[in-house]
Design a protein around this ligand. Structure first.
Ligand code: GLV
Ligand code: MN
Ligand code: MN
Length: 413
């Protein structure tokens, strides 16, 4: 197989078409799970899978499986794939490169007359992004049994709509209990993804072979103070919920910086203020925080320090602070045998490569609990991601798909 065997132009065309299926004006991509754009995007991708002769099935939360049946269908398949939901104000490539690139890898192998012994299965995970339900990797988390049906039923979006109602409205009605994968369901899984960081592009390296995925955590903090007139209420004795939140935001930033490790990162990406009027003292604030590290213990230290800051600020300011640990997931280690297969494929394809860690989380974090997993990164311009100007050049995508296709062929033989 050479890169000339890949139909990169059609793949870029499909990525572009998928990107236009958005809640926002293109080129901005926003596709929140179970929203109208997410549903149209699912239909588009399922249509492409059907055109490629794949057998498409869906589970009770909309995780989608498109199978190229192997000559020995009793063997566990080799999976590949990623997600097509997109955070607000996103770009074209996050997740979608792994889905449509995985499909292109399959189509290329079909075109070359390859017949897999193991089935090769493209997986499109539901809600990798935490936008709607506040927790990342919802679909793969449930597939791995890390989030049970009962806990999932309690999830609600910001408008108070429950997961149960929303998934059923999107056409997914089966029992949530049926989602976890049985042992051996996948013999291996590889996720192709943009790096979302600057390293590969800066070094001019074609692909990154991911050895570890960093440990993500999220904490939701609610502050209740006392509202009132911004002019008539004097400063002494105020219980301003937003001023308390400001202290916590800085405490978290300071906590992440003070580990001394470049791998510790912390972000407050959501700050909702009630009532949100310029002449009214904020009485309620909701913060959503994202805290990560490649070492779970160091990340947990930052979480503990934030908890301590909550206690201190609560006492000093008289603002009631409540705390919800949404998730604190362990890191994942990729499988040496799949990494060795990726490395051999990169060499055979004449592509430069390096081993690296993933600082972003991915569905592979959870797939690693139920199957041998590795990830394959390609560069993205300037390391930019989760922004509309996210970009991966066609030749970078081609290199990733080339290495992926060779590896799938090897592992499925
Ligand atoms: C995935 O989107 C992440 O936030 O790492
Ligand atoms: Mn993302
Ligand atoms: Mn992603």
């Amino acid at each position: 197989m050479t890169s000339a065997d890949l139909s990169i132009d059609s793949l870029i065309g499909e990525l572009t078409t998928l990107g236009r299926i958005s809640e926002a004006e293109p080129p901005v991509v926003t596709r929140v799970v179970f929203g109208e754009a997410d549903r149209r995007a699912r239909a588009y991708v399922k249509g492409l899978c059907a055109d490629a002769g794949l057998t498409v099935t869906e589970d009770a939360i909309g995780n989608t499986f498109a199978r190229w049946v192997g000559t020995d269908p009793h063997l566990g398949p080799i999976g590949t794939g990623s997600h097509i939901d997109a955070i607000p104000n996103a770009g074209l490539y996050d997740g979608c490169v792994g889905v449509l690139g995985g499909l292109e890898a399959i189509r290329t192998l079909q075109k070359l007359g390859f017949r897999p012994r193991r089935s090769i299965e493209l997986v499109i995970f539901t809600a990798e992004e935490p936008t709607r339900f506040g927790i990342g990797c919802l679909g793969s988390r449930m597939m791995a049994g890390a989030l049970g049906a009962e806990a999932a039923r309690t999830l609600r979006d910001n408008e108070g709509r429950g997961l149960e109602e929303l998934r059923q409205a999107a056409g997914f009605t089966g029992p949530l209990e049926s989602i976890p994968l049985s042992a051996g369901r996948f013999a291996g899984f590889i996720e192709l993804h943009i790096e979302q960081g600057p390293e590969l592009e800066r070094k001019g390296i074609d692909v990154g072979l991911v050895t570890h995925i960093a440990a993500p955590a999220s904490v939701r903090i609610l502050m209740e103070g006392e509202g009132g007139h911004a002019g008539a209420t004097l400063m002494p004795g105020r219980r301003d919920a937003l001023a308390a939140a400001a202290e916590l935001i800085l405490a978290l930033e300071n906590g992440a910086r003070s580990t001394g490790a470049i791998d510790t990162v912390a972000t407050v990406g959501v700050c909702e203020v009630f009532p949100g009027a310029v002449n009214s003292i904020p009485s309620r604030v909701r913060l959503e925080t994202d805290i990560r590290d490649i070492e779970a213990a160091r990340r947990d230290g930052v979480i503990a320090a934030l908890h301590g800051a909550c206690d201190e600020v609560q006492k000093r300011r008289g603002v009631k602070i409540s705390w919800e640990l949404v998730n604190a997931d362990p890191p994942a280690t990729c499988d040496p045998a799949i990494l060795a297969a990726l490395e051999a494929s990169a060499k055979a394809a004449g592509r430069s490569y390096q081993m690296m860690v993933s600082r972003a989380y991915h569905d592979s974090l959870f797939m690693a609990r139920v199957a041998p997993v590795a990830m394959l990164f390609i560069p993205c311009r300037g390391g930019i991601s989760h922004r509309p100007d996210e970009y991966a050049a066609p030749e970078w995508i081609g290199a990733g798909v080339h290495v992926l296709a060779r590896t799938l062929a090897h592992l499925a033989s």
